[in-house]
Design a protein around this ligand. Structure first.
Ligand SMILES: [Zn+2]
Ligand SMILES: [Zn+2]
Length: 130
């Protein structure tokens, strides 16, 4: 087993004295100098395992599935698989009348709800042309 120093993660608030916890052995309230001392590393963790753990701890959301952006003006996007139905949209109730509805994905077969947004644009012209 390789000898490693304490790998200290800061636990004290920034701006004050450094106090941290060793992610290897779990010792708490360590000063910065302890980073130079040998750690017992009871679990025998390697450097790469530590980094993965630290990253996961920082961003736990990264582990969850990414949300599919279903906002589209091209067609109806399935929130489960991302399939975009662009053809024959008029056959789906609620797609064009603005009230939304439910639809079964043509790709993964799951039912999902959708909302329809209708946007109007106007342009005006002068009547008294010179
Ligand atoms: Zn340690
Ligand atoms: Zn789908």
């Amino acid at each position: 087993m390789t000898t490693m120093a304490h790998y200290i993660k800061r636990t004290s608030p920034y701006g004050g004295e450094f106090r941290g916890e060793c992610v290897l052995c779990g010792t708490q309230d360590l000063p910065m100098e302890a980073a130079l001392e040998d750690c017992t590393n009871p679990q025998g963790l390697t450097m790469s395992e530590i980094f993965v753990d630290i990253l996961n701890g920082k961003e736990p959301d990264k582990m969850t599935e990414e949300e599919i952006d279903t906002f589209s003006s091209d067609g109806l996007i399935c929130p489960y698989c991302g399939y975009c139905r662009e053809d024959d949209l008029q056959e789906i109730d609620g797609v064009y009348d603005g009230c939304g509805g439910e639809h079964t994905c043509g790709d993964c077969g799951k039912d999902f709800k959708f909302d329809t947004s209708i946007t109007h644009y106007w342009t005006s012209y002068k009547i008294d042309v010179e």
